[in-house]
Design a protein around this ligand. Sequence first.
Ligand code: KIV
Length: 281
Amino acid sequence: MDKISVPAIIDRKKTGKKISALTAYDFTFAQLLNETPIDLILVGDSLGMVSLGYENTLPVTVEDIIYHLKAVRRGLQKPVLVGDMPFMSYQISNESAVENAGKLVKEGGAEAVKIEGGGKMIERVQATVDAGISVMGHIGLTPQSVHQFGGYRVQGKNFQGARQIKKDAEELQKAGVFSIVLEGIPMELAEEITNNLDVPTIGIGAGVHCDGQILVLQDMLGLNQGFLPKYVKQFAELGSLTQSAVNEYIQSIQTGAFPTDENSYHLKTKSLKKVENQTQS
Ligand code: KIV
């Protein structure tokens, strides 16, 4: 299978072929995903909640993202690899945005970075693009603003909110993003934004009219034990499958059904006693 590039993602807007994207945080899943026709993998700051057990994404550091990017990079060759800019890695200044984006590319092996927010963050996006780094925008329900939103609430439901998100999308495009994640917004708004842009939109909780979709891998595989938003579809039940495999493993240890002869090694000589006798004499 051919390597997918950032320009190939932009091209999808013209060809109309939908973009499929997922998150990944480790080598095992990266290898598995690499053997599928998935277009784009995001090492998202959602790893803070999914892999590290934090309550939200805010404690995630640049070092965390780089650590997981490196693991994914080792298993992933074909899809575009995007690294998420964590909370406070870009908000403070254009310089910090460029410096940290550069680290994700240089040290983590990312081909692009994702930056949350419109408004004041457009300047950060612009500076990063100007530094030669491809940027994916992210607007709507941006999880790093969870406290400002007062929870994970759908954004852009009223006229003013919708108009602001649409304006942010236009400005992100002007700043040079190669795609925009639309998270947690009404599908009608996502459709209007998608029709209005030349760069592809990638939806999560934004309906079917986006140019592509992204989900958290563990959510769609049924590995997440916690709350699932309504936009998540579980395409497998790997959580309960894992638990029944482990239960069976424990049971077979207790009954002696595991390990079998097939799972065991054998001496080359006939018996250990014979070996001992030979070494003593
Ligand atoms: O952090 C993340 O995984 C994300 C995606 C779900 C869009 O931002």
